[in-house]
Ligand binder design. Structure first.
Ligand code: HEM
Ligand code: HEM
Ligand SMILES: [Fe+2]
Length: 444
């Protein structure tokens, strides 16, 4: 249980940064969650809009740290060769950390620019592009220098390339509001329902090959099917954001049909992981990693596939657009797909990097269930809020603020499950940062 390649260790700082920023993200989630009930909480230091901005920006930053760390861990084993440049990897690690931290602290001092998820001031955006280009160059050279090219490494590469390319639309801010929104989704939608899905599918395949010992050829066939389904459905599926923003009416038809079948790649990931795990060639000692891996497939199916489908048809979205239904889906989808796959990679990779046996796993398994059940219940609380909100506000035409006053109970439930989520996270982080003697057995 040690790293096969020395340069894989460069993944370690990435996972550490990811976990620290994850903790901060959830802390700000709690702040905005409290403000939903006591609006004056921390006012004027952290107004709701700033707290929300920090909450979702930290989310994206820690996930990208996690993706990069996962890639640096996975690539040497996949391509059978060391990372092209560990120095470069460390250089852009620090650049990203400093850039990310500057952006977040800047938000607290009202230094921000524009649209949801893309609030980074232009100079920070430029820094992000530079970081991602350095990373992609390093990845490319590692693959070229390696002894083999695998489907997993190539899909991962394409995913990152897409992440970089679509981020460029963050620089494009037309004055026309329809065009502004139109291209904003080229970042947000084409990330989470396009290129990030490739990253997730590649990481999932890697983990399933490692923890089940099943043939790579079988895994790669699944991977290609998932990639095909992602492109087939997700690209035109962007139309589910073009129903009411002033775009041509044909989007209601195209968006509906294609986004309705966006469930397929997520369903395929569930089928993939269950079929691999049930046929497994050997029992992997890292049970927590197996749990996180299968959990990513199942929870992303629930959050993205099921909750996404619920509001994706225009006949329904007409009522639910921009309500708590959206927030419900946003939480379970981001958590289930991207947070959990990063946690799965960390769970698998970090004991190997540290050279310890992943034996003492009770804490991590407890954390998995506590966090995952809490997040499902957060999503259900918000679904409740959303249903009542739609009925009162969109059907009975009761004013927005009056409607809000009737659904406080759901926000209290969200906050309660946010607190239980935090308990799971604290246990997870305690185990991650202070693994204790039991895990620090000598490597085998
Ligand atoms: C892991 C994948 C996914 C993630 C992380 C995700 C996340 C999100 C987030 C954060 C939003 C809110 C954006 C905003 O601020 O306005 C959103 C909106 C939306 N998502 Fe997803 N999503 C995913 C997959 C899907 C899928 C597969 C579907 C359809 C089957 C879907 C359907 C929708 C729709 C229709 C909206 C617009 C809601 C509205 O009109 O207010 N999503 N998604
Ligand atoms: C555990 C405690 C958490 C609490 C109390 C919380 C609370 C909140 C609140 C109040 C908002 C603003 C919603 C609005 O504008 O109406 C929000 C937004 C958001 N949070 Fe959380 N959050 C938590 C954890 C998380 C986690 C773990 C994730 C993802 C892994 C996440 C992802 C998001 C996303 C994607 C949005 C934007 C949603 C949208 O645009 O519809 N949150 N959160
Ligand atoms: Fe979308």
């Amino acid at each position: 249980m040690k790293c096969q390649y020395e340069s894989q260790r460069v993944a370690y700082p990435y996972f550490i940064a990811a976990m620290a920023l994850f903790a901060a993200q959830v802390l700000f989630g709690l702040v905005v969650g409290i403000q939903y009930i006591w609006p004056d909480f921390l006012f004027p230091a952290i107004p709701f809009n700033i707290g929300r901005m920090i909450h979702i920006n930290l989310l994206v930053v820690w996930l990208i740290f996690g993706f990069m760390g996962s890639a640096y861990y996975l690539l040497p084993e996949e391509v059978e060769g060391e990372i092209f440049s560990v120095k470069l990897a460390l250089l852009h690690f620090w650049l990203f950390l400093i850039g990310g931290a500057t952006a977040i602290v800047g938000y607290l001092f009202r230094w921000h620019d524009g649209r949801e998820f893309l609030e980074q001031p232009t100079i920070i955006k430029v820094a992000i592009v530079v970081v991602v280009l350095m990373f992609i160059f390093n990845m490319f050279m590692t693959i070229m220098k390696g002894r083999r090219k695998t489907g997993i490494s190539v899909v991962l590469f394409i995913g990152f390339l897409g992440l970089a390319v679509f981020y460029l639309f963050a620089f494009f801010k037309p004055d026309n509001m329809t065009l502004d929104k139109y291209f904003w989704w080229w970042v947000v939608h084409l990330w989470v329902e396009g290129v990030w899905e490739l990253i997730m599918a590649a990481l999932l395949s890697f983990l399933l090959v490692k923890i089940t010992g099943i043939d790579r050829e079988v895994a790669e066939k699944w991977l290609y099917a998932i990639v095909g389904l992602t492109f087939l459905t997700g690209i035109i599926g962007t139309g589910h954001h073009y129903y009411w923003i002033g775009t041509p009416a044909f989007w209601q038809t195209w968006g509906a049909w294609f986004s309705a079948i966006e469930v397929l790649p997520f369903a395929a990931m569930v089928a993939f992981s269950f079929s691999m795990v049930s046929k497994r060639a050997r029992n992997h000692p890292n049970r927590a990693a197996v749990l996180w891996t299968v959990g990513a497939a199942v929870l992303s199916f629930l959050g993205a596939g099921v909750l996404g489908f619920m509001h994706t048809l225009p006949q329904i979205n007409f009522y639910t657009h921009g309500t708590q239904m959206t927030a419900s889906h946003g939480h379970l989808a981001f958590y289930g797909a991207y947070a959990v796959i990063v946690l799965a990679m960390a769970s698998y990779a970090v004991p190997n990097i540290r050279g310890v046996m992943p034996t003492h796993q009770k804490a991590e398994i407890f954390a998995f269930w506590t966090m995952s059940i809490s997040m499902v219940l957060i999503a259900l609380s918000l679904t409740g809020a959303g249903i009542v909100q739609v009925y009162l506000q969109r059907i009975l035409a009761i004013p927005y603020m009056e409607t809000q006053s009737y659904i406080t109970i759901f926000y209290a439930m969200r906050l309660f499950f946010g607190a239980t989520f935090t308990i799971g996270l604290v246990v997870y982080l305690y185990d991650f940062f202070l693994p204790g003697k039991a895990r620090a057995e000598s490597p085998s």
